[in-house]
Design a protein around this ligand. Structure first.
Ligand code: EPU
Length: 438
């Protein structure tokens, strides 16, 4: 089976790899191209499965796509955008969460949109109530069908004033992609302000949008009548960069991640340093390394930007199994992001998961029966195991554990990792890992 990777661990990762554009930005910038009257060109695009899924959806809606995957350049021509056949869209059901972001652009272009059932990682309930409420407030009619969601805009969408119950990344993007062509002014409070969102705002501004990011998570958009194509280079993938950094730390290695940038990773770098990892910021990337000696335990809470990203949590937890003492990790973004620790326990890690909000402020999940806090006790040697990849980041964390463990692990369902980590097997080999596909 091609979906199995054998990992003969115990060797520190050493060498240099490159990360390209951020998965969680590139897909959104691709959707934004639908809003333009002329073609857009996006560069620094990684070869990951999510890009393929969004390309497929764009093509179904009449967007002409020209891709140079090696150069990482995508040209998208939205001149002939059209409604896609429900059956064709449905073939993408469950493949990704991005389809929900097509709503605003399609409503502006065509007056209607159909969104299939969503996919994405199973790390919590991941509802779309904020998205649907936003679309309704702009004046769209939202009808839930058994196969997906049917939306119509009886007239031009109208700017509105919205406060998010929680600074959701996707809901903020939904609002941006809808408000830019709506009539009048839209004001969003409690917005997410992740760097990927700022890069999306930069793209929309290039297209002709008027967007201001005010203090205290308030974003104001003045709707315009037309937008044009953009030319943009995607910001680097700070989740992938942090994943490789954690792999370097967990294996006692030394990895230069070209394409990693300091401003977007400041919070991660602080934590990396507190655990005992060292880094060196260079012009073309960041070198992450284990300086020798003991790693230190930490108390960590995930949060929206500028806090410690939830997507950094899973890879770093593997490194924490090698720190001397008790670490506490409180996950406040997703209610169910510690499932991956089962496999780590099977490999010899000592990790307890708890329903209480440990080590920090109470969050939305306290008292609600979710195991969203973890206590990691280390250092514990890890042993090879037979593991099934649960989700994208959890899966990469399992890979890190297998790389740190003595012996040969069998990691199954490795295809999930292709969703967000470009050529990860080649990169592992470049870093000296002993891996092979079944
Ligand atoms: N939420 C709601 N209702 C909504 C939307 C969100 O309750 O309508 C809740 C979620 O259940 C969650 C919280 O709000 O508890 C935050 O979710 P958010 O909307 O911010 O997440 P997302 O937009 O679905 C993106 C990334 C995730 C990343 C999060 C947080 C993409 C495609 N996905 O998800 O990335 O973890 O923001 O930064 O951009 C990954 O790359 O592996 C990944 C899961």
């Amino acid at each position: 089976m091609n979906d199995v990777l054998y990992v003969n661990g115990g060797t520190p990762l050493h060498g240099e790899i490159t990360v390209r554009g951020a998965k969680n930005f590139v897909s959104k910038a691709m959707v934004a191209s639908v809003l333009g009257e002329t073609p857009s060109v996006l560069s620094n695009v990684p070869q990951i499965r999510d890009v393929g899924v969004v390309s497929g959806l764009l093509a179904l809606h009449g967007v002409g796509i020209e891709a140079d995957p090696v150069a990482g350049v995508l040209r998208m021509d939205p001149t002939d955008v059209e409604s896609a056949h429900v059956a064709d869209i449905d073939a993408h059901a469950g493949a990704s969460r991005i389809p929900i972001l097509f709503c605003g652009p399609l409503l502006h272009r065509l007056g209607e949109a159909f969104i299939p059932d969503l996919g994405g990682c199973r790390i919590g309930d991941r509802p779309i109530d904020f998205h649907l409420e936003i679309l309704r407030q702009f004046g769209a009619t939202v009808e839930k069908l058994s196969s997906g969601i049917q939306l119509t805009a009886p007239r031009r969408l109208q700017g509105t004033k919205i406060a998010l119950p929680y600074p959701s990344v996707g809901a903020t993007e939904q609002l941006l992609l809808t408000a830019v062509r709506a009539e009048g002014i839209t004001e969003l409070s409690n917005a997410a302000i992740e760097p990927e969102i700022m890069d999306l705002i930069a793209v929309l501004q290039k297209m002709g949008a008027i967007i201001s990011v005010d203090t205290d998570r308030v974003i104001r958009i003045e709707g315009v009548d037309r937008l044009v194509g953009y030319r943009h280079r995607a910001l680097g993938d700070r989740i992938e960069a942090a994943s490789w950094a954690s792999a370097a730390l967990a294996t006692g290695g030394d990895v230069v991640v070209k394409g990693a940038t300091q401003p977007e990773m400041m919070t991660f770098l602080n934590t990396f340093r507190k655990v005992g990892g060292q880094f060196d910021v260079r012009e073309d990337g960041i070198r992450f390394f284990h300086p020798g000696g003991d790693l230190s335990p930490i108390v960590l809470e995930t949060d929206v930007h500028p806090g410690f990203m939830t997507d950094w949590q899973q890879p770093l937890v593997v490194a924490l199994t090698q720190a001397k003492g008790l670490s506490i990790v409180h996950e406040t973004v997703y209610e169910n992001r510690f499932g991956f620790t089962d496999a780590l326990r099977g490999m010899g890690a000592t990790i307890g998961v708890y329903k209480e909000c440990l080590g920090g402020s109470p969050c939305r999940f306290g008292q609600r029966n979710f195991h969203h806090s973890a206590v990691v006790s280390g250092p514990t040697p890890l042993e090879a195991a037979d593991i099934e990849v649960p989700d994208l980041r959890g899966g990469f964390s399992h890979l890190i554990a297998a790389l740190a463990a003595k012996g040969t692990s069998t990691v199954r369902g490795i295809g999930l990792i292709d969703r967000g980590y470009e050529h990860f097997q080649d990169k592992l080999v470049a870093l000296g890992a002993d891996v092979s596909r079944a």
